[in-house]
Design a protein around this ligand. Structure first.
Ligand SMILES: Cc1ncc(COP(=O)(O)O)c(C=O)c1O
Length: 495
């Protein structure tokens, strides 16, 4: 145990650590005394997002200590390819020299000064830079610090706009079935995450969910647009806004729809006077090959919501963009009570703005030089080659730098799923970790969300490791699946 701790790479050397094998990973697990301490702190004091903590604490823990490029390194110095882009945020790799320098430049000036009642240069510059990248009609930027916040702000601005222009009855929110827009109350209402948010349904404002197109086909596009138009004909007078992700529903499991659908929704929203809120929290900043999808499609929303990649994967920052028309409905004297009374303590944090500006500058070069396009092509090539005719893959979906496969016991019977208790997707991701790869499952769907910085050789590695992990978890000696690791007994074993 002590030998391993002494031998674990430290300092600069850590970046040269070769990928470890699955058996090396097992041998090194739970060896470091400091890791034992961290595990005790975790078990005693933490509560992780989206986690059933009893299960979470029973899995082998993974503490990430540092990151460089496309890799993250754990407390043993083991290296992992980050195929989750640190929850879909990373744009230029970790620990990027240019982003670091921008951050340090700002840090030497001020880490944080409030944007409530004051301003600072990086926020004004970032607002202008975002407007330049957005569709023409958008002219105003309201900053916040996470994706849910950006959506929540757009919905509140939409409601208040209608109240202040004589249409107080316009209150309903429209979303798409299976949509996900975050976990705050209005985002949960706009979304349709089934059991995920079901418990809170009774607290939601009125919402209707348009059946999403199941794919990008003309038939599915027509069907969904037809349903939306029927609903709007009957309910537009009481509808405030429609919230959707353009082109792809990410957290729903990477379900793609057609550009014609996005354009059709925009047309109907205009026709029936319903605000269109485009949630580009996931799709923007290179994910679909451009800074933002709506501009590429020639669609102008009333509100455009940005987060995740906006901060380059470094710091939390989000933005809600809207038009001058909407902004003007909030103007008046203070005593008119028309102002938008909403704000967060760390709104437009200067460090986050500085790093976002640098990240945007770098991304634009990546797009202009055709590098991003080539990387997307490589990602698709490797993805398709890996899963074509795979015995455990019932369906594969891909577009831009986003892809998913649905895992089943036998691809010849695609509707027969693994029992929930098998946690098949999770088991694959745990096996992937042993091979130096970070993936995040969505049930038994594996999601692939590489950073735009990921290069073709790393795409090849990503899918090679995934295939090995699938084989080990679904066909290997672990089959049928083991019971969950007993966290408490881990302590006993390694005391
Ligand atoms: C499309 C979309 N919208 C909103 C959100 C919520 O963002 P955040 O987690 O920053 O609140 C997410 C998060 O995954 C998302 O994918």
């Amino acid at each position: 145990m002590a030998k391993h701790a002494r031998n674990s790479p430290k300092g600069r050397d850590v970046f040269k650590t070769p990928d470890h094998s699955a058996s090396e990973h097992d041998a090194m697990a739970f060896r470091s005394p400091s890791e034992k301490n961290l595990r005790q702190l975790e078990a005693a004091h933490t509560w992780h997002p989206f986690a059933q903590m009893r299960e979470f604490l029973s899995y082998p823990p993974l503490f990430i200590e540092r990151a460089k490029g496309l890799h993250v390194y754990d407390t043993h110095g083991r290296r992992y390819l980050d195929a989750n882009s640190s929850l879909w945020t990373n744009v230029h790799g970790h620990n990027d020299n240019a982003l670091n320098a921008a951050l340090i430049r700002q840090l030497k000036k001020a880490a944080h000064t409030t944007w409530l009642g004051l301003s600072h240069p990086p926020a004004s510059e970032l607002a202008a830079a975002l407007i330049k990248e957005a569709p023409k009609k958008l002219a105003r930027v309201f900053f916040s610090d996470n994706g849910a916040g950006a959506i929540e702000i757009a919905i509140k601005q939409s409601w208040q706009y209608w109240m202040q222009t004589g249409f107080s009855q316009k209150q309903e929110i429209i979303g798409l079935t299976h949509g996900y827009h975050g976990d705050t109350l209005l985002c949960m209402a706009a979304g349709d995450s089934g059991d995920f948010h079901g418990k809170f349904k009774k607290f939601f404002p009125p919402a209707w969910h348009c059946p999403r197109p199941e794919n990008a086909s003309a038939a599915q596009t027509r069907k969904s647009l037809g349903a939306l138009e029927r609903h709007l004909k009957a309910h537009a007078k009481k509808t405030a806004c429609l919230v959707m992700e353009p082109l792809l529903q990410g957290s729903a499991g990477m379900y793609f729809h057609s550009p014609a659908f996005v354009r059709g929704v925009a047309r109907l929203c205009r026709q029936y006077r319903v605000h269109l809120i485009l949630d580009e929290v996931f799709t923007a900043f290179g994910r679909m090959g451009q800074v933002c999808v709506c501009k590429q499609l020639g669609v102008t929303p009333d509100f455009l919501c940005l987060a995740k990649g906006l901060g380059g994967g470094y710091l939390p920052i989000a933005a809600t963009l809207t038009s001058e028309d909407i902004y003007e409905a909030f103007l008046g004297r203070l005593e008119d009570g028309n102002a938008f009374i909403h704000g967060h303590t760390f709104t437009a944090n200067p460090l986050a703005c500085a790093v976002a500006l640098e990240s945007l500058k770098k991304l634009k070069k990546l797009i202009a030089h055709g590098t991003l396009k080539a990387r997307i092509k490589s990602f698709h090539k490797h993805f398709k080659a890996a899963f074509k005719n795979h015995p455990h893959v019932a369906a594969m979906r891909y577009g831009g730098l986003a892809a998913a496969v649905d895992l089943v016991p036998d691809a010849k019977r695609p509707h027969k799923k693994y029992p929930l208790g098998a946690r098949a997707g999770l088991q694959v991701c745990l096996e992937a970790r042993k091979r130096g790869l970070i993936l995040r499952p969505l049930g038994d769907t594996l999601l692939f969300v590489p950073s735009p910085a990921m290069k073709p050789a790393q795409h090849a590695q990503l899918f090679k490791k995934t295939l090995a992990a699938i084989a080990a978890a679904l066909d290997g000696k672990n089959k049928p699946f083991p019971d969950f690791y007993d966290y408490a007994s881990c302590f006993k074993d390694h005391d």
